[in-house]
Design a protein around this ligand. Structure first.
Ligand SMILES: [Zn+2]
Length: 511
């Protein structure tokens, strides 16, 4: 009798478990199928990204173009049905800057139009000016340099830097991870990248980012007309990132350009042959104080579970860009993937247990100023113990590695999170390898949230031509965004958000 009762109980319990397990699986499978249908058959990712990058264009921190694009994407977020869409100001004294017109050309010993772009925050020239080119190879040892060039720079145009090494013109311009690459990353035992504590990192940038200031002040005082520098990039790319003088009272550099490595190389070789090229240029820029341009863009799908809705999953991507391209790969594509993932979840009628909140950050290129401001406001000062609200964020996910396909996740040394993401990626093995590496990837906004002990991650994405062609260059444009990749990324992200929102427990923390 006792035996029989036990057997009967076991049978009921077992059947219940199976049924429960079965219905769970069915629900997840159905949601997954719906996400795929909406994201792969009705995708709005590419039309949105084309409008953002082609129509609105560059989104330099502090600029009017940034705000125009922010207004546009805020309306999109409302249109897809997000809750509580709003702006949060991240900087009261970050200034705006824009280019009205410029031109750079060599006029002697013969004519060459110079492919150039002004560095942000450069002052205007006084109309059209021209001068002889003089070479300064490096700005280290400023005292020596001052004694060497004092009295010799009046009316000159400075070619600054050493001969750019052309990158290999053979081999693949575009790189995707092979299965073997991903396997190596997964097998990595410890992280190679060492993370600098956030306050220390931000402090170090305050000085390193403005290390050319004294040099620029010296040459300007000596009467130089402009500075032309370059970067070793592939095939005629311009790389005008920097400068970092973005606060209202910061220094305003003299006309300061980056030029194509090949044009730099030619003029440098002429100088070595004793021929001084003459360059004519003009630059018309404007500065303005419009703190209203400095906004993070926030929106959410509010959680619905009585117990879990006080918790959230936070996702972020920076919305600002450098100014010579249209910021399509850095980081327009990923900003759009966030909106598209939430559009998919709204469209399939999913009501998350935990709140899914997104943040599009400004000022990432200037030192994470947008995300740091958000984190300080919501989770407490950098130097203090993170507040209670930070403990309610189950995880922060960041996207900022170009426009390539998501191939997995950097665990940021959070080994405890590996089983969680393994479970998330396993059911979507046909969409992503789901490689999980212990590695710390650095230099973007997840570092901000990691500082607050929020489990923070950045996705592994195929590099494509990000590192040698598009990153911060004039070729950061829509042509380098594969439509299939961003469609797939939005599906992967929507699925990941669904899974994280449904979990019983929150994602394990490092400390
Ligand atoms: Zn970026």
């Amino acid at each position: 009798m006792l035996m029989k009762l036990k057997t009967a109980l076991c049978t009921i319990l077992f059947t219940g478990l199976i049924l429960n397990g079965y219905s769970q699986t069915t629900k997840a499978e159905t949601v997954k199928a719906k996400i795929k249908i909406e994201g792969l058959q009705n995708s709005e990712a590419m039309p949105m990204l084309s409008e953002l990058s082609d129509v609105y264009g560059q989104r330099l921190t502090g600029s009017r173009e940034y705000l125009a694009a922010a207004n546009w994407i805020g309306e999109k977020m409302k249109a897809v049905g997000l809750d509580d869409v709003h702006f949060e100001n991240y900087c009261k004294d970050c200034r705006g800057w824009g280019i009205k017109s410029f031109n750079v050309e060599m006029i002697a010993p013969n004519y060459m139009h110079i492919s150039a772009y002004p560095l942000a925050m450069s002052k205007s020239t006084k109309g059209i000016v021209d001068g002889e080119v003089i070479h300064i190879s490096r700005i280290r040892d400023l005292e020596h340099l001052k004694s060497q060039f004092k009295g010799k720079l009046k009316g000159k145009i400075i070619l600054l830097g050493r001969d750019p090494k052309p990158k290999a013109l053979t081999g693949d311009i575009s790189k995707t991870y092979s299965d073997a690459d991903l396997e190596t990353m997964e097998k990595q035992l410890v992280s190679k990248n060492k993370q600098t504590p956030l306050p220390k990192l931000l402090k170090s940038w305050e000085t390193s980012d403005v290390s050319d200031k004294e040099f620029l002040q010296f040459v300007e005082k000596e009467g130089a007309l402009a500075v032309l520098k370059t970067r070793s990039m592939l095939l005629g790319t311009l790389h005008p990132d920097g400068t970092y003088y973005y606060k209202n009272n910061d220094y305003k550099p003299l006309p300061y350009f980056t030029i194509m490595p090949e044009h730099f190389g030619r003029m440098l070789r002429m100088l070595k042959q004793g021929v001084s090229p003459r360059v004519r240029l003009n630059l018309d820029t404007e500065f303005y104080k419009e703190p209203q341009n400095n906004v993070n863009i926030i929106g959410e799908i509010t959680g619905s579970d009585p117990k879990l809705k006080s918790e959230s999953i936070l996702i972020g991507a920076h919305f600002d860009s450098w100014h010579s391209g249209t910021g399509a790969t850095d980081n327009g594509a990923n900003a759009i993937v966030l909106v598209e993932a939430l559009r998919i979840l709204k469209q399939i009628g999913y009501s998350p247990k935990r709140t899914i909140r997104m943040g599009l950050w400004g000022g990432e290129e200037q030192a994470f100023i947008g995300s740091v401001s958000y984190a300080k406001k919501h989770f407490g000062d950098l130097g203090k113990t993170p507040n209670k609200a930070s403990t309610k964020v189950s995880a922060y996910l960041n996207l900022d590695n170009g426009a390539g396909a998501i191939r997995g996740l950097y665990l940021q040394q959070n080994e405890l999170a590996r089983p969680v993401f393994k479970q998330i990626f396993n059911p979507i093995a046909n969409l992503s390898n789901g490689a999980l590496t212990i590695e710390n990837t650095l230099s973007t906004d997840h570092e901000t949230f990691d500082h607050y002990n929020i489990p923070s991650f950045q996705f592994i994405q195929d590099q494509l031509s990000y590192h040698n062609v598009t990153h911060h260059t004039q070729l950061d444009v829509l042509e380098y965004v594969p439509e299939n990749d961003i469609m797939k990324n939005a599906v992967i992200l929507a699925w990941t958000l669904y899974a994280l929102s449904e979990m019983e427990e929150s994602v394990p923390r490092k400390k």
